[in-house]
Design a protein. Sequence first.
Lengths: 400, 371
Amino acid sequence: MENLVTYIHDNYLYGAPVWLVGAIVQFVIALLLLMLFVAPFAGILSFLERRIAARIQDRIGPNRVGPQGLLQFLADGIKSLLKEDLIPRDADKPLFILAPYLVFLGMFTTFVALPFASKLVVADLNVGILYVFATSSLTVVGLVMAGWGSGSKWSMLGGMRSAAQVISYEIPAGLAALTVILLAGSLSMQTIIANQGAHPWQWYIFDNPFCTISFFILLISLTAEGNRAPFDLPEAESELVSGYNTEYSGMRFVFFFFAEWANLYVLGAIMTTLFLGGWQIPESLYKASAGMASWLPQIVQLVFFQVKTMVFVFLVIQLRWTVPRVRIDQLMALCWKYLVPIAFFCVIGTAAWMIILPDGSETVRYLLTALAGLTIVYYFYRVVYQLRVTRSELDFNPLV
Amino acid sequence: MAIQTQEMMLNMGPQHPSTHGVIRFVVLTDGEVMSEALPDVGYLHRSIEKIGEICEYHGFMPYTDRADYLSAMNANQGYAMVVEKLTGIQVPKRAEYLRVIAGEFNRIISHLLSIGALAMDVGAATPFVHALKEREKVNDLMEALCGQRLTYNYVRIGGVCYDMPPGFSERCLSWLDSFEPQMEEFDRLVNDNKIFIERCANVGIISTEDAIAYNLVGPNLRASGVDWDLRRDMPYSIYPELDFQVHVGRGEKGTLGDSFDRFIVRVREIRESMKILRQCFAKIPEGEIVGKIPKVVKPPIGECYVRTESSRGDMGYYLISDGTAHAFRLRIRTGSFTGMSIIQKISRGMMIADLVTLIASLDVVAPEIDR
C-alpha cells in the first residue's frame, strides 16, 4: 500500500501532500472493490429472484445460460446494452437521461457505510445510519424525475405515487431505527454492531418486546421504500403499465432494476446491522480463525453478515411472489394510521424500558428468542406441509 | 393568479396490460381518483353474425369458437342447439353427455383464467401461473378429446364429432382428483389473503337492481344476489339429470355484489363443475355420438332463440331461417357486452387501481363483446 502511494506520488502527483495521495488511492481502491461487489451481486440477485419466483410458481426458471443459468444476468445485460436507446419525443430530455443515474447513485452510495466486517467498511461514519437513510431516499428524486421527464401520464402517476410512498415511509423507518439508536447510544453502524453479541439473545431484536415490534415496522417500511411488492405501486404493472419506467428501454431501464436489486441488499444489510448483530461471531470462532490467519476472522465475519442479509433478501423475494399489491389509500392508511403511532409507542417503550431495567432482562431475551425459534420451525413445517398437500411436481431439488 | 386545475384524461387501452385484450377506456382522473371511465368497444369486431348468414349451417361452427374463445365449447353447443331446435334433430344421449363434459371442462378453465387474472390484476402474479398450469392440463385433455386446445370446434349439429378416446375418463378423473388439493391451495393463497380481500371487498359494488337493469348474466348476476342459472331454471341438454348447486353472492367479506362476491361465485362454480363432471363420467351411456342428420341442413322457415349458460352467463343464439342452406339472420347475445356497459356507471369516483379490479372481476372477454 505504502509502496503504491509513494510510487504514484513520486511519478504522477509530485508536489501534492503524501496524505492526500494516500487518501485518494484508498478511496479509488475502495470504490473499485465496492463496484466489483455490487455489480455482480445485483445481477446474481436478479437470477435468484427469478429462480425463487419460478419455484413458487411451479416453474423451472432460467437454467440455460451457464451452470444452472447463473450467467443469465450477463446475457440479459448484454442484450440490454445492444438495445436502441430510445428517448420519447415528448420527454424532458435532461431529466429523462439523468433520472436512472440518480436512482443508481442513491442506492450505490449507501454501500459506503455498510459494515461488512469489523474492519471491512469503507467509511465508519459517526452518523452512519442517518447517512444510509438519507442517501437511500435520494432515489425518490430519481423516480419523480423519471416520472415527470418521460412525458407520459402513466409514468407521472407512478412518479407521484413513489414520491408519496417513499417520503411517508421514511417516518416509521426512522422511528423504528430510533429504538436501536436509543439502545446503542450511537449512530455509527460499527458501534451499533459492537454493542450487540454473537448469540441471538444478545441481538437488539430480542432486547425487549418494543424492539421486536420495531423490527417488523422497519422491515415493512424498508420494503415500502424500496418499492417492493406488496408495496410496488409506483411500477404496478397491471394498473400503470409499468409506472415510472414505462418509457425507458435498454441500459437506462436496467439501471432502475439494478438499483432495485441493490436496494434489496441494502434492506437486508440495514436490518442485519440494526437488529441481528451484524458481523458478530462467537468468541471461540474468532479465536480459532485468528489462530490460522490474521485476516481470517474478517472473512468469517463477512460470511456471517452475508448469510443474515440473505435471509432478508429471501424473505422479501418470497413476499413479493406471494401477496397481492395494496391500494394507494390502504398504503397511506397503513403508514399513518398504524406504523407511525406504533413506532412512536415503541420508541417511548424502549426509553421506559431502559430506565426501568438499565441492564435489560435476561428472561425476556430468552423468551423472545425462543418465540422466534418456534416461528421459524413453524415456517419450515408449513413449507413441508404445502409440498405434501399439493404434491408439487417440482420437488425440493434446487438443481433442475 | 388563480390556480386552474383540470381533469387529466387518460387513455387506458387498447394496449394496456390489464384490459384483457383490446378494450379501451377513456378515463377522466383527478390524480388517483377518477370521475369516469368510458368504455370504448368495437376493436375486435369481426362480423361473425354476418358470416353466419353467408356460411352453411355446418360451416359456421368454427366461427362460434371465435365468438368466445375462452369458452368455445359452450358457444359451440348454443349454436348447435338452435339449429337442432329449428330443424327438429334429435341428439343421442351419449353426445349430450359428451357436450356437457366438454362444456363443464371449458367452464372450469374459463373461470380459472378469470380468477387467476383477477389475482394478477390486484398484483399477485403467482395465482395466475398456478391457474394457467391447471388450465394447460385441461387443454391436454381437450386435445385428446377433439384435437384442439383453444378453439375446439367439437360440437356438431346433431351430436359431437369424436367419441372419447380410450382411457379418457380415467385421465379426467385422475385430473379431477389432483385438482382438488390445488383448489385448496388456491384458497389459501388468495381467498383467505387479507390484502386480496381488502382489494376486492366493497370494490365495484353492483346492486341487485342494477344487475337486473343492466342485464348482467351468469356469475356476475348471481354475485349480485339473483339466484338464476339457466342450467337449473331453464334446463337444456342433460342438466335436469344432474345434481348441482347454484351459488349466489352473499356479501360475506363486504357488500353484496362487490368484486369479491363475483370472484368467490366463480371459485364455487368451479367446484360445482367438478361435481357435474364426476356425475357425467359415472352416468355416461353407450351409443351413437351423432344423430341422423342430412348432409345439407335446411331448417324450415321460422325463427328460434336458444339460451345456454356459458361461462360468462346467458349466451343466446337467435336464428331466422328462410328455408335455404344459409341462415337469413343470426344474432348472438353475449354476457361480456352488458358487463362492459355497467362499468361506466359503477366506475364513478373509483380509484384507478379499483377500475382494474372491476374489469377483471366482471370477466369481460374482448372478442365476446364485439363478435
